[in-house]
Design a protein around this ligand. Sequence first.
Ligand code: HEC
Length: 130
Amino acid sequence: MRKRLIILIGVLALAAAACGGGDDGGDDGGGNAPPAVGVSAAEGRSLYDATCVACHAEGGAGIEGLGKPLANSEFIQGVSDSELATLIKVGRDTSDPANTSGVAMPAKGGNPALSEADIDSIVAYLRTLN
Ligand code: HEC
C-alpha cells in the first residue's frame, strides 16, 4: 500500500515537471527584432567585399550591366533600414516593375549563407556610402 502511494507521488511529480517546462517556447518568428549584437558597418564591409562587390564594385561604385551604384544612391537614401534589408534578402528580379536595368539582383546577392545579422551589417555599411 505504501509503495503504491510513493509511485503515485513520483508519477505526479514527473507530470508537473513536464507541464512546467512546456510554455517557454518564446517567439522567434518576429520580423521586427532589434538588430542582433555584433552588427557593424566594418563587418558589413567585409561581407560586401565577399558577396556584393562582384556586381556592385568596390565601395558601391556600380558596374555597368551588372549592378547599380550603391554609393550616393537615391534608392538607398529613400528607404528605411528594414526596407533595404528586405530588398537585399529578396533581390529584384527582372520581372519586378521596380527593376530598371533589365538585370536581376539575386536574393541575398546569391549568397544564401548570409544571416539576418549579416544583412543588418551590410545595411550599416551601405549607410556609410550614402
Ligand atoms: C549578380 C550580380 C549582383 C550581386 C552579386 C548583387 N547584386 Fe545588388 N543588384 C544587382 C542588379 C543588376 C541590380 C539592379 C536591379 C534593377 O535594375 O533594379 C541590383 C540592385 C541592388 C540594390 C538596389 C539599388 C537601386 O538603386 O535600386 C541594392 C541596395 C543592392 N543591389 C544591394 C546588393 C547587396 C547588398 C549585395 C550583396 C549582398 C548585392 N546587391 C549583390 C546585381 C547584383
